[in-house]
Design a protein around this ligand. Structure first.
Ligand SMILES: *Cc1c(COP(=O)(O)O)cnc(C)c1O
Length: 467
């Protein structure tokens, strides 16, 4: 006679009884009795619902424990902390911009797992300054009086304008009303900081006289914004920092410069146009410069303000500073990254961004050939080593490309979208580029120690096609 549902329901074990079995006790030690009881409760409740709906039967206890194990493992699985960037975009904002130098990552790790003298003066044994070290280092590297670190460059611009120009006017060229990645727009940041934007010139042309005519009683500063992610070409004119400094200083005003990336090394040796450097801008007379920590500096997300001590002190003391200040791990990673720049050669060797920019085409070609050779057994795919164009990204050097090499993968049995998705969902995710009917693995931003894992992910993705 078939069992009635109610007799089936009575076969469902009790949570308490399962917890006191040897398997239950062992699992409770790995997780905790409370968490195990909660997950067991869920599994049993779902089983009960299924049985009431006439589905399935009561599995053995081991099977129920196995289901719990799976759920607990999923609860404790870290989200993917790393991936391989085969997109060819070096400072990909969606992929976390610049990877840190190992020294910087180690510094962040040590700061993270330990107490640190974050706001403690070890010599005096009392309260110290959170940023003193990193500020002194930045000021030395940039040959200026003072520096300050905040959460990112958007925060730096907000703090700078609020502390210096609240309820006053700031003059900016119409050609420089930049939007960075959707939510950061110069005019909107100005509104947030409580100052009034005075636009001058036209989109394509602004002259020194345009600034001069607009400066009035209520003007607090002139602002220069690096047009980091677009280019105005053709009939154009802009006032560069040296001339703008003269205009500002004649009127007794400070010149503020949002440099965006703030490269500390020249890019020309990598075949790219040089970005405005903070040291150069300060030497040309800019009173305050600000720039990102995780663009061309190759450090952690941060905003660095540098220049005149009196102005920096105003920002330091501003109540907003408390909301914008960086944490101990960021400060440790930034300090370590800046330390490397004391020797440009060291920075080029140790900072991944410059390692990747500096890898020769020959080396990239060899790596692509090795990858291709290791895939030769996948006969249903065709592989070709092709020239490619990488980009800096992250709002740096717009429109400029960097020569690179890619492995192109084509197939008749699987769409490029499907293959790209399989690569993204690999054990070590790989973000590739789709170009027409091929998936391109651009090797410019694949780090040398990632090549084995790249090969493995590609093999796994091709394997799941049943070839
Ligand atoms: C990137 C950029 C910003 C924003 O910097 P974050 O560090 O991303 O906050 C601001 N201004 C300019 C000119 C930029 O290029």
């Amino acid at each position: 006679m078939p069992q009635t549902p109610s007799s089936l329901l009575r076969q469902i074990p009790q949570v308490g009884a399962m917890l006191s079995t040897s398997t239950g006790k062992a699992m409770a030690e790995d997780y905790s009795p409370g968490l195990l009881a909660e997950v067991l409760g869920q599994v049993l409740a779902e089983l009960r619902e299924g049985l009431q709906a006439g589905l399935g039967s009561v599995p053995a206890e081991e099977e129920l424990f196995a289901q719990c194990q799976k759920r607990l493992q999923a609860m404790f699985a870290l989200s993917k902390p790393a991936l391989i960037n085969a997109s060819g975009v070096l400072l990909h904002t969606n992929l976390g911009r610049a990877p840190l130098a190992k020294l910087a990552a180690r510094a962040a790790y040590e700061a993270g797992i330990n107490y640190t003298p974050l706001e403690y003066d070890l010599a005096a044994g009392n309260r110290g300054d959170r940023q003193m070290q990193v500020e002194q280092l930045a000021a030395r590297l940039l040959a200026c009086d003072s520096a300050l670190v905040v959460n990112n460059n958007a925060a730096a611009v907000l703090l700078m304008l609020t502390a210096i120009a609240k309820e006053k006017e700031v003059v900016v060229s119409r050609g420089e009303l930049v939007e960075i990645g959707g939510s950061f727009r110069v005019p909107e940041v100005m509104i947030q900081s409580g100052c009034t934007l005075r636009e001058v010139g036209a989109t394509n042309k602004t002259r020194a006289a345009d600034y001069q005519q607009t400066i009035g009683e209520n003007t607090a500063a002139l602002l220069k914004v690096h047009t980091s992610n677009y280019k105005v070409i053709g009939f154009t004119q802009a006032v560069e920092i040296p001339e703008l400094v003269q205009v500002a200083h004649q009127a007794g005003l400070p010149l503020l410069a949002d440099l965006g990336s703030g490269a500390l090394l020249p890019l020309s040796q990598y075949g790219l146009p040089d970005e405005p450097g903070p040291k150069e801008a300060l030497a040309q007379g800019a009173d305050i410069v600000c720039f990102s920590g995780d663009k061309l500096l190759g450090g952690p997300q941060a905003g660095i303000l540098a220049g005149d001590k009196a102005l920096i002190d105003r920002m330091k003391k501003h109540p907003l500073m408390r909301a914008l200040r960086p944490d101990k791990m960021t400060l440790a990673a930034l300090e370590a990254s800046l330390m490397l720049y004391q020797d440009p050669q060291l920075a080029r060797q140790q900072i991944p961004l410059y390692q990747m920019l500096g890898t020769s085409i020959d080396v990239l070609h060899q790596r692509a050939m090795a990858l291709k050779d290791s895939l030769s057994s996948y006969a249903q795919f065709s592989f070709e080593v092709v020239p490619s164009q990488a980009q800096l990204g992250g709002g740096s050097a717009p429109g400029e490309t960097i020569p690179s090499i890619a492995l192109s993968i084509k197939s008749d049995i699987i769409s490029v979208q499907t293959l790209a998705a399989k690569l993204r969902l690999g054990e070590m995710p790989v973000v590739a580029r789709i170009q027409q009917d091929a998936v391109l693995l651009d090797l410019r931003c694949v780090m040398e120690d990632q090549l084995t894992k790249l090969t493995q992910t590609v093999k796994d993705a091709l394997d799941t096609e049943g070839v």
